[in-house]
Design a protein around this ligand. Structure first.
Ligand code: MN
Length: 482
């Protein structure tokens, strides 16, 4: 292998927690809770004599995701048992799909039209959680997650680097939120990915021994893990070593990779068809109905914003971040007289920076479209100065999102109400108080104009229109110049 001309070959396995009300095979809530062992039942604890019951919503959401990604829906699919022993898996096996998964093929497109092919998507259940860091002597077990429905999406080894992996995870996360398949909250483990990575000579098609990094819980950590693993494998090869098939762990605290397990293959799990559940038969009509109820996807909104409303691709990308924001933007454009530029400018440059703290998407946006229209119309009609609108009204509105901006502006006494006579008297007052500076101005220190402007705005408590104030101040200063 020419070590100076290598490329990385990356495939992902993404586990998506499905937002159904109940668990995959048991009746208790599937939602996240921080109280340990709150959502459990005899089925998820695998008490003797209990049997699993399929969850229709799990199947429906699997089909939804499959259709959104252009997969072929497998009309007859079934569950298998994946056998392994671990304390957080009370049955001693996981119910999953091995031989005949529900969705086959399909693809997800990254920016620049990079198509990442999907091998398949299957349904399975999650395991519970072993907690090692509370009790110094014992491992504690929390079975809330045991039996929570998952979709596992397995890509072809089409990804090339950490950036693509990051974009893939972010794009998939956005999609599952749009189509209401998962809440996509990565901190709560709603989306976790395993990365398979190997190196090969550029242009070659062979697949070399790969290593797997397990359970990465954010897109940016996935990128970091990939970049470190490429370096790690490269340094082994450079020392003349060979890559052994290993499982690694990306430590959140140290942000470092550590090897946790040696070689592990599918046959170790002794898969066989789940005898307690019947095969799943899906007819055309059922699939068609789900397709009809899908709603607009991020790509549809993107197309609409760029083609119909001529919004730049850069801006459209920001606006399609969530379905709520896309719907919102389109409603603002359609239902107000405001210019599209005014709306997009406001959302991208003022509103989002104000309401978003991290890089994560928002669960919901504090203001509704009527409030935003009201706010922007106040600016357009010059009822409030722009600076006061952003410094005073917007923060107040965000604190009182139930209020009508047109009422709030009155309550807060922010209405721009200085006519030119009132302005004139304020200006004369200021000039009178600063005779020395006025003299300097007259003697040529024209940059003092800014100082006087500042004083005028201060004296009018930000309620005068700066354009008007500038005009009147200019007139007065020039007059007293003469
Ligand atoms: Mn899995």
């Amino acid at each position: 292998m020419n070590l100076n001309n290598l490329e990385s070959v990356i495939g992902l396995e993404v586990h998506i927690q499905v937002n159904t009300a109940s668990k995959a095979f048991a009746p208790e809530a599937a939602s996240f809770t921080s109280t340990p062992n709150e959502h459990i039942s005899p089925v998820s604890l695998a008490l003797p004599g209990t049997l699993p019951v399929m969850n229709k919503k799990h199947i429906e959401k699997a089909v939804r995701l499959g259709l959104a990604l252009g997969c072929k829906i497998n009309p007859r699919n079934y569950f298998d048992r994946k056998n392994y022993f671990y304390a957080d898996l009370p049955k001693g096996y996981q119910i999953t799909q091995d031989g005949d998964p529900i969705c086959l093929g399909g693809s997800l497109t990254l920016s620049g039209n990079r198509k990442i092919n999907i091998h398949h998507i299957h349904m399975e259940e999650d395991a519970g959680k072993s907690i090692h860091d509370i009790d110094p002597l014992n491992t504690l077990l929390d079975y809330n997650r045991a039996g929570v429905p998952l979709l596992e999406l397995v890509t072809q080894p089409d990804l090339k680097n950490g950036e693509e992996v990051e974009e893939f995870v972010n794009t998939l996360r956005r999609l599952v939120r749009y189509i209401d398949v998962s809440d996509g909250i990565m901190q709560e483990g709603s989306l976790r990915c395993d990365v398979n990575l190997s190196l090969r000579e550029r242009g070659s098609t062979e697949l070399n021994t790969r290593c797997e990094i397990k359970n990465i819980n954010s897109a940016s950590n996935a990128k970091k893990a990939v970049e470190q693993e490429i370096k790690r494998q490269l340094s082994i090869l450079k020392k003349g070593g060979t890559i052994a098939q290993q499982t690694l762990d990306f430590n959140l605290k140290t942000q470092k990779l550590t090897v946790t397990r040696e070689k592990e293959d599918a046959h170790d799990y002794r898969y066989f068809p789940e005898p307690d559940l019947s095969p799943i038969d899906l007819n055309e009509e059922y699939i068609e109905k789900i397709k009809q109820n899908m709603g607009r996807l991020p790509d549809d909104y993107f197309k609409m914003l760029t083609e119909e409303y001529k919004i730049s691709e850069y801006e459209a990308n920001i606006l399609v971040e969530s379905k709520e924001l896309s719907d919102y933007t389109i409603k603002l454009i359609k239902s107000s007289e405001l210019k599209i530029r005014t709306i997009t400018n406001f959302i991208i440059n003022k509103y989002l920076p104000e309401v978003k703290t991290g890089t994560d998407e928002l669960e919901s946006y504090p203001l509704n479209s009527d409030q935003i229209i009201g706010f922007l119309e106040l600016i357009e009609s010059e009822k409030i100065t722009i600076s006061s609108a952003y410094q005073n009204l917007l923060p107040a509105l965000l604190k009182n999102p139930e209020k009508d901006p047109k009422k709030l502006i009155k309550d807060l006494d922010l209405i721009q109400d200085f006519d030119s006579n009132a302005l004139k008297s304020i200006i004369l007052d200021i000039l009178e108080k600063n005779p020395e500076l006025l003299k300097k101005y007259k003697n040529g220190r024209k940059n003092l104009f800014g100082f006087f402007m500042g004083e005028v705005m201060k004296a009018s408590k930000g309620k005068s229109n700066p354009k008007e104030a500038k005009k009147v101040l200019g007139e007065i200063l020039n007059k007293s110049d003469g």
